[in-house]
Ligand binder design. Sequence first.
Ligand SMILES: *Cc1c(COP(=O)(O)O)cnc(C)c1O
Length: 457
Amino acid sequence: MAHTIPTRLYAAEDAIPRFWYNLRADMTEKPDPILHPGTLRPASPEDLEGVFCKESVKQELDETTRLVEIPEGLRDFYRAYRPAPLIRAYFLEKALDTPAEIYYKHEGTNTSGSHKLNSAAAQAFYAKEEGLSGLTTETGAGQWGSALAMACAFFGLRLTVYMVKVSAAQKPYRKALMETYGAEVVPSPSDTTEAGKRILSQDPDTSGSLGCAISEAIEKAVRAEGCRYVLGSVLNHVLLHQSIIGQEVKAAFDHYGIRPDIIIGCAGGGSNLGGLIAPFMGERLRGVSKTRFIAVEPASCPSFTRGIYAYDFGDTARTTPLIKMYTLGSGFIPSPNHAGGLRYHGMNPTLSKLYRDGFLEARAETQTDVFDAAVRFAKIEGILPAPESSHAIKAAIDEALECKRTGEKKTILFGLTGTGYFDMTAYTAYNAGTMTDYIPTDEDLAKGFSSLPQTAR
Ligand SMILES: *Cc1c(COP(=O)(O)O)cnc(C)c1O
């Protein structure tokens, strides 16, 4: 059976983009600036360079350069696993009996198993160029830590990873993978930092949170010589690196004359969604397309759909600069029964602004619905998806079924951010029927909101 559009779409033999795309350059209304938490003035490069690499800071603060060149040494590394497959979901379309065309970008083909390697490699590359010897970071579900461990091994940097305690317990093989690539992994909160000790003294049985692990990683980086902290999501420079996803899709779609009507991504801190939609959102902002963009988040950590748009800290110990974003409050800790990543309290400031201004839609899904979609997808398309990615799958299936109802032949694209091989504890719970849903009450959320800084609004 020959299709006019092949199952796997590439623009060309060597389809590694030469440029990242900086979406902020095409926004007439820019996101609010990052603030220094003490002075409440926009953070200067000097404010940020004690913690982050210089190039990351430069990219973070750059709102005007549309296209940022990807260094050649980094493109060489990208060639090892990119371009990521862009797949026409013929089997899924048939199974759903929908007139919609469905495509997905599969970012899970590298060993770390997710899109996070795109930014991990970029940040490790710059750290090495800047003469640093080591990096620290946090990891929640473990994908970011795994990606950075791979990147640090390749570019020759030491790495300490603070891993959210509940995830370290649920995913021992993630820890083993990071250690195999040479990283030191510390379950967080730990007694190796002041921030960790403080949180443990308040709540010795805490299951940990990303915000808390971030505090520990920053503290460790600031204290060690030649060491910086790197973050795998939320910030704008991470979104910039992830725009390679959208750049590849755009090139392939243009090559085949495909125009997406709906683009869907799961949203934790917003990096894959922001990267996937970037060039397409640029077209919408310039008024040349009407593509709809949908963020899908867990009902147990609903930053967009139930959060507040406010200045907030990025971490529990309130050490980071203040970021204007949709947030549940840095004190929010999602229920430990939540299996599927996407646990961060806030959301990337650029996506927050776009959501605020009506360019981006959002919806929240419960984890049992998400796993229903995951297993359905695995059986039909053959790929075992990460629980995070399955939020996008759920929404893509719903949109395709809506097309079936209305008879519209829409083109739907979603981000398959990773594979679920390390998530078998969660799949086991789903298969056994013991997986439960927890949707925070307004009272639960109020606790998180009470942690919002009152100084900046
Ligand atoms: C980290 C992760 C996400 C969520 O992070 P974003 O920054 O929102 O993209 C989604 N899917 C997978 C597989 C991940 O590892």
